[in-house]
Design a protein around this ligand. Structure first.
Ligand code: AMP
Length: 423
């Protein structure tokens, strides 16, 4: 029996890759315009890095990590997200030392041992965008704006940006207690996970997907009502900047995020089209993360967007535009292949997309192939053409053709393709 891919791990096939290239190309162009540079961090890190940054009591660290011992017995983990590795790299290479904004993005796979379903895999790709060293609320707004530009740039519609504030070390503990007081008498209405979260991470109860949990928290106190003056002002300014940048958003007081490290602003891009997996991505501030990892006390903020989910949404509404070759070399026998090979490579060197095949075939079969590939032009070269010293260049769109002398074939074909019109 042949070997199959592991459950939750998917191939991206050549037919689909155009979506990925489109999304990554548009995103990196927009990010470049906002001054972000790409960062590539390893896929494997020490397990401790994730336990310390994401939080011991989170779903990810408790039950979703792919961890293993290496040959020396060190515990390593396939990264479940990128931020921990990015913060590690920032500290290790002292990238924030001059106090200026540090702006990164990365694209790559992450690994979580979750139950695979629509929009949820065990290996999934994310675009990650992060800013370090800027505490000002305008950068929160700028990141959200930048993200909406990327979503608009790829043509995604019906996306709603949700924002909230989770407060800080000054105001969250008192709120946590208030929330626990509220939940204490209602524990039996909570799902098993939330009964556990009550002790470890009560905020998470607020965005539990279970119906009874959602009903239970409708009257729960809200962090937004308990923000300290500094957090309240920060959140005000984020909203002011979003409004002035014409970003449409809704304040969603029950929005929390699954990772422990968030402070103040959190945000999520949601859609109604993905069923239970309604988040295309999310992010927020993590002003304590770098310090908690042993680095300097510097603020940070970022977001991560799931590329499979984004592409799933795009492919429901759009056709992928995948252009065929500019030219297809229809060589019919071995002698023609020799010439076609030389011509094709010379024409490719001038920046054209040229396809050819290598075994002899009939003209009919070559033309069928050219049509299937959606070639704009075909150069026909068989024994007759070689004995005449003239190949035939056919414009597939117009259905017209002309002879091209073989000793000038490369220049003539290129000129004709540049001119673009029918023969
Ligand atoms: P998170 O890091 O959990 O906030 O996830 C950010 C985004 O990554 C989500 O909104 C999804 O789009 C995507 N994502 C997270 N986990 C998965 C998964 N298991 N499969 C596919 N996409 C995921």
């Amino acid at each position: 029996m042949s070997i199959k891919a592991i459950r939750g791990f998917k191939d991206v096939l050549p037919d689909e890759i155009g979506w990925w290239q489109k999304v990554e190309g548009i995103a990196s162009g927009i990010l470049d315009g906002f001054g972000y540079k790409e960062l590539r961090v390893p896929i494997v890190e020490r397990t401790e890095l994730f336990a310390r940054s994401i939080g011991e009591d989170t779903d990810i660290v408790e039950k979703e990590m792919f961890s293993f011992s290496d040959r020396h017995g060190d515990s390593l983990t396939l990264r479940p997200e990128v931020t921990a590795g990015a913060a590690r790299a920032l500290i290790e290479h002292n990238l924030a030392a001059d106090g200026r904004p540090v702006k990164f993005y990365s694209v790559g796979p992450n690994f979580r041992y979750e139950r695979p379903q629509k929009g949820r895999q065990r290996q999934f790709y994310q675009l990650n965008v992060e800013v370090y060293n800027v505490a000002h609320p305008y950068v929160d707004a700028e990141l959200i704006l930048l993200w909406t530009r990327i979503l608009a740039g790829v043509g995604l519609q019906d996306i709603q940006m949700h924002v909230n504030s989770l407060g800080c070390a000054a105001c969250r503990p008192a709120y946590n207690q208030k929330l626990k007081d509220f939940l204490k008498d209602r524990l039996e209405n909570l799902c098993e996970d939330c009964q556990r979260r009550y002790d470890t991470n009560p905020l998470r109860v607020l965005d539990c997907k279970s119906k009874t949990c959602a009903e239970t928290v409708t009257e729960a106190p809200l962090m937004l009502d308990e923000l300290c003056p500094e957090c309240a002002e920060h959140f005000e300014l984020v909203q002011k900047a979003l409004t002035s940048a014409n970003v449409s958003y809704v304040v969603t007081p029950r929005l929390v995020r699954g990772l422990d490290y968030y402070t103040r602003t959190v945000f999520e891009a949601q859609t109604g089209k993905l069923g239970a997996q309604n988040a295309v991505g999310g992010g927020g501030r993590y002003d304590n993360l770098v310090k908690n990892l042993g680095g300097p006390d510097i603020p940070a903020i970022g977001f991560a967007m799931g590329l499979e989910r984004l592409i799933m949404l795009l492919s429901e509404d759009q056709e992928l535009d995948s252009p065929g070759p500019d030219l297809f070399m229809a060589s019919l026998d071995d002698a023609a292949r020799e010439l076609a090979f030389t011509f094709a490579n010379a024409i490719r060197a001038q920046g054209f997309r040229v396809e050819m095949e290598y075994t002899p075939a009939s003209l009919k079969s070559r033309m069928k192939r050219a049509g299937k590939l959606k070639a704009d032009w075909v150069f026909i070269l068989g024994p007759d053409e070689i004995s005449r010293g003239q190949g035939i260049l056919r414009n597939m769109g117009a259905g017209t053709q002309e002879d091209v002398p073989l000793d000038e074939a490369v220049t003539k074909i290129i000129n004709r393709m540049k001119k673009g019109d029918a023969v």
